[in-house]
Design a binder for this molecule. Structure first.
Ligand code: F6P
Length: 344
């Protein structure tokens, strides 16, 4: 085990992704969550902390994402620090988007804090901005491992990010409720969902909640054509319409107004907003977070740095963060076509 903890000399590649290595073994590990919170982040923190302690590491919680590294706000963590959090949404470590960390000075201050605190490695949980921060730390000589935690599912190198499954379940439940009122009033509902520039939440949630239309940033749409399909559906006996619109696709207010004008159907807009980010993580998110958290520690044990944990099929992967970020996120055309077919 001692040998497994050793990291060797700079620029020596081990297993294809071990980019930088030191002579000193990792003893103290910091963990932080950054960017938008996502259900399952706590489950990942728990897995990291308990697996780390099991292997003899000291664990330190870094608060408010990269702010905690700049401001030196940290807490020692033991097994009890992560009791009762597996089922909780949000993140006990707090999170933030830290612009100060986007500068050379910010990264330098973080490195100094880590040195002062004798923290040898940092595990970060978050989305692409968090990953870029981890890459900066890695480039500055800090051992890092990144875990994908974002409801957006917008990291193309992994099939799933922690939080996505819970978010689409929340959308599905909200749409079920909206469908009741939509059907009773013979109204149309435009439902705006999150996802930044990624249409995965809209597409997956659309499929599992039977939306009539899914509007995503990756695909062009024509309002007159949508209106025509809605009118046809109405003539064919449909009594309700649910149109899921990804936030990155269009202005939902304009979209709703224009669709109502074109169809002459009473139309309401529902913005689900941050409800999608909260709540107890689903079984899938808990399991994913637990596996990824444990794997992050395993990566440190074999001397990896600058790597991102991912999932392909049902297999966990670890690849250089830079490579992971370079994989373009693509909308699944197969699922998009399926959504079109099933909505008619
Ligand atoms: O990245 C997660 C996310 O919820 C996006 O879907 C959304 O665009 C953004 O964060 C909202 O950010 P904020 O919580 O800062 O308003």
């Amino acid at each position: 085990m001692f040998l497994a903890l050793l990291k060797f000399h700079a620029d020596l590649a081990i297993g294809g992704y071990n980019e930088r290595v030191k002579e000193e073994p990792v003893k103290r590990i910091g963990i932080l969550t950054s960017g938008g919170d996502a259900p399952g982040m706590n489950a990942a923190i728990r897995a990291v902390v308990r697996t780390g302690i099991y292997h003899g590491y000291e664990m330190i919680g870094i608060e408010r994402g990269y702010h905690g590294l700049i401001d030196d706000t940290m807490v020692p963590m033991n097994s009890r620090s992560v009791s009762e959090i597996l089922q909780r949404g949000g993140t006990i470590l707090k999170t933030a988007r830290c612009t100060a960390f986007n500068s050379v000075e910010g990264v330098q201050r973080a490195v100094e804090t880590l040195r002062r605190r004798n923290i040898d490695a940092v595990i970060v949980i978050g989305g692409d901005g968090t990953f870029r921060g981890a890459q900066d730390l890695h480039d500055a000589g800090v051992t890092t491992v990144a875990i994908p935690g974002t409801i957006d599912n917008d990291l193309g190198y992994t099939d799933l990010t922690i939080g996505f499954d819970t978010a689409i379940t929340t959308v599905m439940e909200s749409v079920s409720k909206l469908r009741d009122t939509s059907s009773s009033h013979e109204r149309m509902f435009v439902v705006e969902v999150m996802g930044r520039n990624c249409g995965d939440i809209a597409l997956f949630a659309g499929l599992i909640s039977g939306a009539e239309e899914v509007i995503v940033p990756e695909m062009e749409f024509s309002l007159p054509e949508i209106a025509e399909r809605v009118n046809k559906g109405m003539q064919g006996g449909k009594s309700h319409f649910i149109i899921l619109v990804a936030e990155g696709a269009t202005d939902p207010y304009e979209f709703t107004k224009e669709l109502e004008r074109l169809t002459q159907i009473n139309t309401r807009l529902a913005v689900i907003g941050h409800l999608q980010r909260g709540g107890s993580p689903s079984a899938t998110d808990r399991l994913l977070a637990t596996r990824m958290g444990a794997r992050a520690i395993e990566e440190l044990r074999i001397g990896s740095s600058g790597v991102a944990i991912g999932l392909r099929g049902n297999v966990l992967t670890a690849k250089p963060i830079a490579e992971a970020l370079a994989v373009r996120d693509r909308l699944s055309m197969e699922l998009y076509r399926l959504a079109e077919i099933l909505a008619r």
